[in-house]
Design a protein around this ligand. Structure first.
Ligand SMILES: [Zn+2]
Length: 481
């Protein structure tokens, strides 16, 4: 059976990939790998720096005659997602990965993740920095910690680690397009204080939205799968004074599309009549949304609540939700991606008995998500709510006149014989976090094909990894000639 050492005989990038696979490096435990790579780089005469968080920057000086060439940073993250198959006793803190090679694929036999996300990027960066045959200007590798658990290393990075002219992010897992933008955003919350009245006579009821698919509030928002809270608010509007609401809740995070929504209260009409109205409304929704086939409302008898919302509060809260914008606001044809969106992700009762409605605006353009956040603030306040904005993070705005993108395309023409489509990700990526501290940096994201990452089925394409290693050299030659 072939091994990584066999592959290393034809391309030195595999020597580094082998070293990475042999050194445990799950998120939060990157130190062994960082030290191993630092040692290797120092052995090659490169300059190594660590910041207080443990991020790593390695610099290679310009060769004589190339002192004026722009500095190119190759960026990847040190950590991997540790997933293993049920029953496996694999120890991510101590065991080397059990790498296997089948034809063009490197994998861990279905037992664990391979961590080519982002071990492939780390290997590519180290390999090019230590390539003695390459004569060029200044190069650097920027290797971050804890990307997979909240982009933490990127957030903690000191500005001097971002000194340079161009940055290649090696973490897109994809070699059939360039990524040249990502979304920023903020969490918005509206906090409402219900007025309660004595429970009127009627039947205790619980209504649930069932069968929706949910999904990632960035990557899946354009699929129009339907938002459980919006659907529930629509049903309450139809039921009007036939229901007195006592509670409304569902979901746990703002960055997941709501798939669950639950209301309790008291019905003035029969349960069957309410179910019929709900079924009719669900049918209508199915024709306007791509809701899953088993989507519906479940109306059931439940305990009578001790108190319910006042008519006025219920009417206002329902009107607030039905008119709160949700979904795709703007689509970019140029990048074939959602540009601006907002997702209602969570409705929950706070510890002091108030109702918290959470949503998540995103956009490549910071001015756009800020505008959505401002309009959410006015919306919540108009309906008597208190507004909170939390955890803002910047986006990476696409620049169509990027020199780096043009050089990347030229290198592609040489290696692949074609130019590639350019896209943006409607979710957070490390380059978005770098933008405010390093507005001078031009950035581009490109990487070898890594399939099913974050699962035990993950595999890296050998030929793709080698092609990207050639592409990087062509890019350097193009930018430093
Ligand atoms: Zn990654």
């Amino acid at each position: 059976m072939k091994t990584l050492s066999d592959l290393a005989k034809r391309n030195s990038v595999w020597r580094f990939f082998e070293m990475i696979c042999a050194t445990p490096h799950p998120s939060g435990h990157e130190e062994k790998l960082a030290q191993r790579l630092a040692q290797e780089a120092e052995g090659e005469g490169l300059q190594v720096r660590r910041d207080a968080f443990g991020n790593l920057r390695i610099d290679r000086k310009a060769a004589p005659g190339f002192e004026k060439a722009p500095c190119i940073i190759f960026q990847a993250h040190l950590d991997m997602v540790p997933q293993k198959a049920p029953g496996s006793d694999f120890d991510f803190l101590n065991d080397p990965l059990k790498v296997q090679i089948t034809e063009d694929r490197i994998h861990c036999g279905g037992e664990t993740t391979l961590g080519a996300d982002d071990g492939s990027g780390v290997a590519l960066a180290l390999d090019i920095l230590t390539d003695r045959e390459l004569r060029c200007g200044a190069l650097a590798a920027l290797l971050t910690r804890e990307e997979e658990i909240g982009l933490n290393g990127a957030r903690e990075l000191p500005a001097e680690f971002l000194e340079g002219d161009f940055l290649i992010n090696l973490d897109s897992g994809c070699d059939d397009c360039f990524y040249a933008g990502c979304a920023g955003g903020v969490e918005n919350y509206g906090i409402f204080t219900p007025e309660y009245i004595q429970t009127p006579s009627g039947t205790g009821v619980k209504i649930e939205v069932t069968g929706l698919e949910g999904g990632h509030s960035g990557a899946d928002i354009h699929l129009k799968r339907g938002n459980a809270h919006k659907f529930m608010a629509g049903l309450l509007e139809i039921l009007g004074e036939n229901i007195s609401v006592a509670s409304f809740k569902g979901g746990s995070v703002v960055n997941a599309i709501s798939r669950e929504s639950e209301v309790t209260g008291v019905l003035k009409i029969a349960l069957d009549d309410a179910q019929r109205a709900a079924d009719l409304y669900a049918k209508k929704l199915r024709s306007t949304f791509n809701a899953a086939p088993d989507f519906g409302f479940l109306v059931r008898a439940a305990a009578t609540p001790p108190q319910v919302w006042s008519r006025k509060f219920q009417k206002e809260f329902v009107a607030m939700l039905t008119s709160l914008p949700d979904g795709v606001f703007k689509f970019s044809e140029e990048l074939n991606s959602v540009e601006t969106s907002c997702n209602i992700g969570v409705i929950a009762e706070t510890e002091d008995g108030r109702i918290k409605v959470g949503c998540h605006p995103r956009s490549f353009d910071d001015a756009q998500w800020e505008a959505v956040s401002d309009s959410n603030k006015s919306h919540f306040e108009k309906f008597g709510g208190e507004f909170i904005a939390e955890g803002p993070y910047p986006g990476w705005k696409f620049k169509s006149d990027s020199r780096l993108l043009e050089a990347g395309q030229k290198a592609c023409e040489k290696i692949y014989g074609k130019r590639l489509p350019v896209r943006a990700i409607h979710a957070g990526l490390e380059p978005g976090i770098f933008t405010p501290a390093a507005p001078q940096l031009e950035m581009l994201s490109f990487a070898p094909m890594d399939h099913h990452c974050h699962t035990t089925e993950e595999y890296l394409e050998i030929s793709s990894m080698e092609k990207v290693s050639y592409w990087l050299r062509e890019l350097v030659k193009g930018l430093h000639s």
